[in-house]
Write a protein that binds this ligand. Structure first.
Ligand code: NOJ
Length: 774
């Protein structure tokens, strides 16, 4: 079989020989192609294949289709079968299972003229079969190594199932909780978002700079969605992102750039427009910035029918025009829209698209196939036995359980209601629609995770306390959207018999994710009604929230005794949540998105501008200030906030110098941190900076560093942060990045709202002029 399979390898080897003898296979138009690998041998192999291809076959490589699949496995969609059989498909996604992938690969490799293998993609977002907490939740762990590892496990499972390429990580900054896709990202902060982008790219691709691509546990990753998809006006999905170049560069672009610098192999264009140009047609973004400024050398895929959508956007006359705009902007592959394969040949013949553009896009795609080893053996990822061995292993389950516990944010804990230890002997009433649910736990974009396999909270808690003095009662009380007086009465009866109530409430899983926007982000009315009835019993209540976004928890904050924000935690939900509730894991997560007091405060984020009329928080109601008549301007829970079962203090914040040069310099900031409670715990210690006066206005605070440290009860540690001149740089009005001289404030803090420990410093140049760093 192998002899037949690697037809193209043989052809390309013959061609390589010809290259060496006659230099005849080398394309005359290598032009602006800079290879991703920088490997001359790979470049020669790519060119040797390109030299054999017709224009149509090249455009075929730039074409991606989605396979349909049913519960018995994938089936080929009639839409793309004819293209596949003619060798006019470069990539397929949603072809799940080894069997499904093999079936399609066989057609490409054995039945087409050149036998070029297909690149198989999939949305492997927060796990493949072992589902980890939704990305927003995991980000709250601030544990980069853990996030690297969960991406790596996802890659191992998916690559063992024949997948080569994931459409992740999603690195869109999100400041609007109405937008359902906040669940897929890392929250509101560009610095933290950038570090998480790097960790996830490295996790998926097996290491930095894509050097490990081709090892059997790796996936090609995608930085998405370029750019500013998270800035959709009013949180409405696919909506226009109306923002200045200043905000685009200083807030939204950094995580994409970080992904590029970590070696992400591909990018996906976003659906939205910025500056009046949809990203899919935006050459400034896709070529000038992405390739020119950031040096990206992988390939760019459109989003799903993103090219066709240039027509309703009103920037393309028809789909042919749309294809031309997209490819000339820098889109290398058309996801599902079939515009390239239908129209680009004609566009080349008419001189509207150059053949060199087509060649370069094709080279970029072929190179990835070479790096993944698909030309050497198109079936190398397909091994049912390996898939079985590498799926939901005990080690993966252990990592997933730890990830759940590390992602749960303790928002409130009056009178130290939590933890409820095994020794407490309490009777606990377990209530709520999400207490005995497994279907919602994986959240959206949960790959091939079997929802029925996810551990309900009820099961996790029952297992936890099974041989203890704690007694458990259970009543559902309501579904997510409905209740009855009878159901409420049952729950109230259980609460009355208990010492404490734990209520698991929240959203349906498909209320977040793509095209899932809410304008009311409170708990649904029936659940609030149930909570009110439980509150009336006078029993202390622990509320566990499962949601794909920050909710408006103002009423709950006032009325509940303890609140755990558990998000959608995935396969190991019940066990991880029970670990936190029983105190076997001391909560260590910190919010990465501000929680609003109500939907009217949105967008709300900590790194806002001061304005010319800033509010004095000790007297917010002052007239003619940037405030509200009916609410505070502060969030209910700020970015960086989260409680622990112990307490911490920070003292002795100092720096090794009071002045830093604007280039090539660094300062070391130190602080003393103490665990002031009586149990061991972990603290995310955060470094914030404010540039007091700039040539453009600067945010009131910006995160510039963080560390997660473990401290025993009573233990002291000195932590130090290195702050480099470049960390203070920002994009000025001229679009150039620089650190400006002047005065700065710096905080070492437990959250973005913690102002207790600050020092000042300055940045100077000998000539006292700002210097460009990039
Ligand atoms: C559309 C989504 O926007 C994108 O994130 C996803 O990767 C593709 N569909 C493929 O499913």
């Amino acid at each position: 079989m192998k002899g037949e399979i690697i037809k193209i390898s043989v052809i390309s080897m013959a061609c390589m020989l010809a290259v060496i003898l006659f230099a005849s296979c080398e394309s005359p138009s290598v032009g602006r192609w800079t290879s991703y690998s920088g490997d001359r041998d790979v470049e020669r192999r790519v060119d040797s294949v390109l030299a054999l291809m017709t224009l149509e076959e090249k455009i075929g490589q730039m074409t991606q289709f989605s396979a349909n699949w049913s519960i018995t496995g994938p089936v080929m969609s009639d839409d793309f079968k004819p293209y596949l059989e003619k060798g006019l498909v470069g990539s397929i996604f949603n072809a799940t299972s080894v069997e499904g992938v093999r079936k399609m690969q066989e057609v490409a490799v054995e039945k087409t003229r050149l036998g070029i293998p297909i690149l198989f993609g999939q949305d492997v977002i927060h796990g493949y079969k072992t589902i980890f907490p939704i990305p927003l939740a995991e980000a709250c762990s601030w544990d980069l190594e853990m996030m690297r590892r969960t991406a790596e496990i996802a890659a191992i499972e998916a690559a063992s199932d024949g997948i080569n390429w994931t459409f992740a990580p999603m690195v869109d900054i999100a400041r609007d909780a109405r937008w359902g896709r906040v669940m897929e990202g890392a929250g509101e902060d560009p610095y933290l978002g950038s570090r998480i982008a790097e960790a996830r790219v490295i996790g998926f691709q097996g290491g930095a700079d894509g050097k490990a691509l081709g090892e059997l546990h790796t996936l090609l990753a995608t930085g998405k969605h370029l750019a500013a998809y998270g800035a959709a006006e009013s949180g409405r999905d696919y909506n226009t992102a109306e923002l200045s170049e200043h905000t685009l560069r200083n807030v939204y672009l950094p995580p994409y750039e970080a992904a590029a610098k970590a070696g992400v192999g591909t990018f996906m264009a976003s659906f939205n427009e910025t500056n009046g140009v949809p990203a899919t047609a935006d050459r400034w973004l896709m070529t000038d910035i992405l390739r020119g400024e950031w040096g990206f050398t992988g390939f760019v895929v459109s989003d799903y029918t993103g090219i066709n959508e240039l027509v309703p956007h009103g920037i393309a006359e028809d789909e042919k025009h749309a294809a031309e705009l997209a490819v000339n902007a820098g889109i290398d592959m058309d996801m599902t829209g079939a515009t390239f394969i239908k129209y680009l040949k004609k566009s080349v013949e008419e001189g509207k698209v150059s053949e060199e553009t087509i060649d370069n896009a094709t080279r970029r795609i072929l190179e990835m196939k070479f790096l993944l080893g698909l030309f050497d053996d198109p079936y190398r990822y397909l091994d049912e036995e390996r898939a079985k061995q590498n799926t939901m292993t005990p080690e993966f389950m252990k990592t997933a359980r730890k990830a759940v516990a590390a992602s749960v944010v303790l928002l409130k804990n009056d009178n130290r209601l939590l933890p409820i230890t095994k020794e407490s002997g309490k009777t606990v009433a377990l209530i709520g629609p999400l207490m005995n649910d497994s279907i919602n736990l994986n959240g959206e974009w949960a790959g091939l995770g079997d929802r029925k396999k996810s551990v309900p909270i009820l099961e996790g808690i029952s297992e936890k306390y099974k041989e203890s003095a704690v007694k458990l009662l259970y009543a559902e009380g309501s579904s997510i959207t409905e209740t009855t007086p009878g159901k409420i009465a049952e729950a109230v009866a259980a609460a009355r018999r208990a010492d404490v109530v734990i209520a698991a409430m929240g959203e349906d899983f498909n209320w977040s994710g793509e095209a899932a926007v809410r304008t009311d982000i409170r708990l649904p009315e029936p659940q609030r009604e149930l909570l009110k009835a439980l509150k009336a019993t006078g029993k202390p209540i622990v509320l566990v929230i499962l949601s794909g976004r920050p909710l408006d928890l103002s009423w709950e904050d006032e009325n509940m005794d303890a609140i755990l924000q558990a998000w959608f935690p995935g396969t190991q939900t019940g066990h991880g949540v029970a670990d936190v509730i029983a105190g076997d894991y001391n909560p260590s997560a910190r919010l990465v998105m501000s929680f609003p007091r109500n939907v009217g405060q949105i967008p709300i984020y900590y790194n806002q501008k001061n304005t010319g009329r800033p509010v004095d928080l000790s007297n917010e109601a002052t007239d003619y200030k940037s405030n509200y008549l009916d609410n505070s301007i502060t969030p209910l829970y700020p970015f960086g906030y989260g409680l622990s079962y112990t307490t911490f203090s920070i003292s002795s914040v100092s720096a090794d110098k009071s002045s830093i040069r604007t280039t090539g310099d660094k300062m070391v900031v130190t602080a003393n941190v103490q665990n002031t409670g009586d149990i061991e715990g972990e603290l995310v210690i955060q470094l914030y900076v404010r540039d007091l006066v700039g040539s453009v206005t600067r945010p009131v605070k910006e995160l510039k560093g963080f560390q997660k440290i473990a401290l025993n009860a009573g233990e002291n540690k000195q932590v130090s942060f290195e702050l480099r001149s470049e960390d203070l740089a920002f994009y000025g009005i001229d679009g150039k990045k620089r650190t400006e001289p002047g005065n700065f404030m710096l905080w070492v803090a437990q959250s973005s709202a913690d102002n207790s420990h600050k020092i000042s410093f300055s940045a100077d140049t000998p000539s006292n002029k700002s210097q460009q760093v990039e």
